[in-house]
Design a protein around this ligand. Sequence first.
Ligand SMILES: *Cc1c(COP(=O)(O)O)cnc(C)c1O
Length: 453
Amino acid sequence: MNQVKVLLEEKEMPRQWYNILADLPTPMTPPLHPGTGQPIKPEDMAAILPMNLVEQEMSPHRWIDIPVEVLEKLILWRPSPLMRAVNLEKILDAPVKIFYKNEGVSPAGSHKPNTAVPQAYYNKIFGVKRLSTETGAGQWGSALSMACQMFGIQCRVFMVRVSYEQKPYRRLMMQTWGAECIASPSERTKTGRKVLAEHPDSPGSLGIAISEAIEDIMGDSEARYSLGSVLNHVLLHQTIIGLEAQKQMAMLGLYPDVVIGCAGGGSNFAGLALPFVRDKIHGKNIDIIAAEPTSCPTITRGPFAYDFGDLAMTTPLLAMHTLGHDFVPAPIHAGGLRYHGMAPIVSHLVKEGIVGGRAYNQLETFKSGVQWARCEGFIPAPETNHAIAAVMEAAMQAKEEGKEKVILFNWSGHGLVDLASYDAYLSGRLIDYTMPDEEIDRAKKTVGQYPKP
Ligand SMILES: *Cc1c(COP(=O)(O)O)cnc(C)c1O
C-alpha cells in the first residue's frame, strides 16, 4: 500500500512566512498613486489598511515571523495534510505521482483563513474596531468573519449579488460567525447607488463590491478595509502552504516536477508555489502553472498593464495582468475565479517566464472535479476544479512524453457549500463560455489610458 497522507506534527508548523520580494531576479513594477503618477508611499495606504500590514506589503525581508497569537489560531487546522491521489493515478494510468495540499480542512473550507487570521490580528493590535470587505462566492467573507470573531472585531461583507442570491449558505456562515453580509451593488454606498441607477438588475462584480467596501470605511478612523487576495501581504500569509509542502515532500524523499494551483486573484496558487519559485530561481527545473477559467482569462489573455483594483478607481494603480477594472463576468459562469486582475507578484513572475498560465472551460473543470470526487472522495470547490483539470492535462502530457513526473497541486477548498454549481453541471444546465476578442480589446482600451509599466 502506498503512503497516502503525509502529516506534520503541530510543532513542525512553519514559524515564518516567506517573502519572494527578497529573491526576485528583477524588481517588481511599483504601484502608482493615481493622482501623482508617482510610486505610492506607505502613508498613501494608511486610510485603507493598518500601518503594520502596509509595512508587510512593502517589506524587503525574506522571512517574516508569524506572531504567536496567529499561530495559536492556525494550529486549529494546520499543518494541513499533504495527500497522494492514488486512486486517480490508477485511473489516469500515466507515469505520474499526484500530491495535493488539502486546504479544505480549515473551518471555512478553503485556504482563505490562512490570511484572514493574520489580517484580523494585525488590525486588532493596531486598534481597528471594524473591517469591511468584499466577497464573490462567499469564501473570503466567511473566512474573514470567522477571523474577526476570533479577535473580537466587527466585520461587514459586501457580497456579489448573484452569489448572495444563489449561495445562501455562505451568507449564513458569515452570520453564524457574527458578521453582517450585504448584497452588492447596494444602496449603502455612492458606488452601489450609481451602478443600481444604471443597471437595476446588475449581478454585481468583485470590482464593484471592493469599491463599496472601501467607500464604507472611508471617514471612519476605527475601520479599515481587508482584501482576500492579490496584495503582497496576502500572498505572503499563504506561503505557509508551500513551506509545509516542502517539508512534507522532503519526508517522502521527493521533489515536484510540476506545481499547479488555480488562480483567481492568485493567492492560493502563490501560497503553494512561491517557495518553489524560490528554488526555480536558484536553478531547479520545475513547471509552475496557474489554472484559470476561459471566461476570465486574466493571465493567458489579459494585457500586463497598470490598472485599478476596483471599479470606482479608489485603489493604487497596480502593474498586473488585467481584464480591465470595469470587467463584469458572464453570469453563466459558475466556478468562481472571476476577479479582473491578477496579483502583481504572480503577474511579474508570468512576465519573467517563471510561471505559466493555462485556461480551462467550465465543463472541462467540472468533468475533472466529478472524476476526482468519484476517485478520491473529497468534493472539490469549483475553483479547485481548474487546478484538477490542469493536473489531468499534465498527467496526460507525461504519458505522451513517456516521462515519470511528480505533480504537486493546491486543493484549495472543498465544494460542499457549492453544490448548486454541481447541480447545474450534473443537470446539463452549465455551458462553456470563452471571453470574446472584443472584450479583450475593450480591456486593452480601458488600460491604454494609464501609464505603461
Ligand atoms: C477564493 C478561492 C480561490 C481563488 O482565489 P485565489 O486568491 O486565486 O486563491 C480558489 N479556490 C478556493 C477554494 C477559493 O475559495
